[in-house]
Design a protein around this ligand. Structure first.
Ligand code: ES4
Ligand code: ZN
Length: 326
């Protein structure tokens, strides 16, 4: 259609993407075979049937199970390269990628195996596809502070490859305050900070992410609409929100996209961006996210241009690098 062609033609940056969430069922099966890992599912179709979620935790259980097939450096390379080919297809020219080291180190996979595989694919994408990228390491918030400190310690050897740290996994009951000291240490070491907040959790967690973790961006941030004073501050400081429409729909954060707060947030002047989160699990990459939210909220082409421009303004690219895309 006209709208999907328009969206496809916009150069975009992606700012909220879990690399483990790009593991397509076909690659999952291929890696399970390659690594001799038994699966609970007989076929790709049977696996896809399991991708029906009632909430975030439902999804996380399946997502961590899927990550189990990733063992060798080559597996992390193949995973990342497949995503980068999608970026080329969808006109994503810059991507800021999350990875979850604790998901892998807890299974005996070396931190080096994970980061080297991902990084080699990012290097190749820069050289062969002209796609720029940054890497952000997320702490799993359902694990304890000591485990997060351990992950941070391991990241110190890779400061040249990791620009920032984030916070993901089960939000409810795991507030940003739980990781205040880890994030303070990360900032001391020169890492930027981001955090998932206000996805399933309350707006108070968004406030904590800003005040205690000193985040550069809020991942999701849907709940921000519930606190007038916070919204004003996010507008004034132009703290970006990395919104993920199809994720919110799949995890029932919103009942339907017609009730998604994106347009209200955008019209209030927040620096809103559209992202795909875990595209292999939520039924769409970035263009499908733009199209779904555009149709549900009757977004104009001007709105869509603003969202694409915001993706660069909210990125970690320097002002000069951003200019080339704006
Ligand atoms: C995630 Cl959608 C979402 N929320 C929180 N943590 C995550 N990790 C991967 N996807
Ligand atoms: Zn996420």
């Amino acid at each position: 259609s006209d709208l999907s062609n328009f969206i496809a033609g916009l150069p975009k940056a992606e700012l909220h993407l879990h690399i483990e969430g790009t593991l397509e069922p076909e690659l999952l099966f291929k890696l399970a075979q390659r690594n001799q890992i038994p699966l609970k599912y007989q076929s790709v179709d049977e696996l896809k049937q399991a991708y029906r979620f009632s909430n975030l935790q439902d999804f996380l259980n399946i997502y961590y199970e899927g990550a189990n097939v990733l063992r060798e450096e080559q597996d992390f390379y193949d995973l990342t390269w497949a995503y980068l080919l999608k970026c080329r297809e969808q006109h994503v020219v810059h991507t800021e990628i999350f990875f979850d080291p604790q998901t892998h180190t807890s299974r005996g996979i070396l931190f080096a195996t994970v980061i080297n595989g991902i990084n080699h694919a990012l290097q190749d994408a820069h050289d062969k596809l002209g796609i720029s990228s940054r890497l952000i390491m997320c702490f799993l918030r359902h694990l304890d502070e000591a485990s997060a400190f351990q992950a941070l310690e391991q990241a110190l050897d890779y400061k040249d490859l990791i620009v920032g740290v984030g916070l993901d996994s089960s939000e409810k009951g795991n507030p940003p305050s739980k990781f205040e000291r880890v994030f303070a240490k990360a900032r001391e070491e020169g890492f930027l900070t981001v955090a998932h907040a206000g996805e399933e959790g309350p707006v108070e967690y968004v406030r904590e992410a800003v005040d205690l973790l000193k985040v550069f961006r809020i991942d999701h941030g849907n709940a921000s609409i519930n606190d007038e004073q916070l919204a004003v501050e996010l507008v004034r400081r132009q703290i970006p929100l990395t919104v993920c429409p199809l994720s919110n729909l799949a995890l029932k954060v919103v009942p339907d996209l017609e009730n998604h707060p994106l347009k209200k947030l955008l019209d209030r002047g927040l620096l809103v961006t559209v992202n795909s989160d875990d595209p292999a699990y939520f039924g769409g990459y970035i263009n499908e996210n733009y199209l779904a939210i555009a149709e549900a909220l009757s977004l104009s082409k001007a709105d869509l241009c603003l969202l694409a421009k915001n993706s660069f303004r909210g990125s970690l690219l320097t002002a000069k690098e951003q200019e080339k895309h704006l």
